[in-house]
Design a protein around this ligand. Structure first.
Ligand code: HEC
Length: 168
């Protein structure tokens, strides 16, 4: 009956070796991890200024004046990102917004739409989006989207930003 002891010693040797590796690599890996964490934190911080390739691409072809509007819109959009993916197809707490211009309200793959939004008959364009984002509850009574209204130049900048980034 040598089998169990053979497996036993192999396992023990493997465990010892991985332990050694961990001890040997630990201190070398830690600065790398710290670097990666710092990079992530940096991206989060300047995320609103276009850390990702999509907004970098768009920003590169804007005039200085449009750039200001775009960056302002992006900043205004940051709370929306908690619930919406603007240029992917990921549904979060709210529906993804890819291709939102021209889309009928409440008709994407998102499973959690309210009856109110689904039967609103709205087709999203600048005017209807502006009305909805200025006051979701008064534009679509019964909508489940909870968001403080946005107005004036902030709203204009947000719509400008959305028009550019949500295009498929
Ligand atoms: C707390 C989560 C949350 C936040 C923050 C939020 N939304 Fe929403 N949004 C939702 C939900 C949920 C719906 C679906 C509402 C319904 O079915 O009545 C929705 C719907 C929408 C729709 C309609 C989508 C469609 O397919 O018809 C748009 C456009 C929209 N949101 C844009 C925004 C923008 C822009 C912001 C930021 C100013 C924002 N939302 C902030 C949760 C959120």
């Amino acid at each position: 009956m040598r089998r169990p002891s053979f497996w036993g010693s192999r396992t023990v040797r493997w465990m010892l070796r991985s332990l050694q590796l961990r001890v040997a690599r630990g201190p070398a890996i830690r600065p790398l991890l710290r670097g990666a964490l710092a990079l992530m934190a940096g991206c989060l911080l300047i995320g609103a200024l276009g850390c990702d390739s999509r907004s970098r691409e768009i920003r590169a072809r804007l005039s200085d004046q449009d750039l200001l509007r775009f960056d302002r819109g992006q900043k205004i959009s940051s709370p929306c990102w908690a619930c919406h993916d603007f240029y992917g197809t990921q549904n979060k707490v709210g529906p993804h917004l890819l291709g939102i211009y021209g889309r009928s309200a409440g008709q994407s793959s998102f499973p959690g739409y309210s009856q109110a939004l689904q039967s609103s008959g709205i087709v999203w364009d600048r005017t209807s989006l502006g009305r909805f984002l200025a006051s979701p509850q008064s534009a679509v009574p019964g909508t489940t989207m909870v968001s403080p209204g946005i107005a004036g130049a902030d709203l204009a900048a947000l719509l400008f930003y959305m028009d550019l980034v949500t295009r498929p």
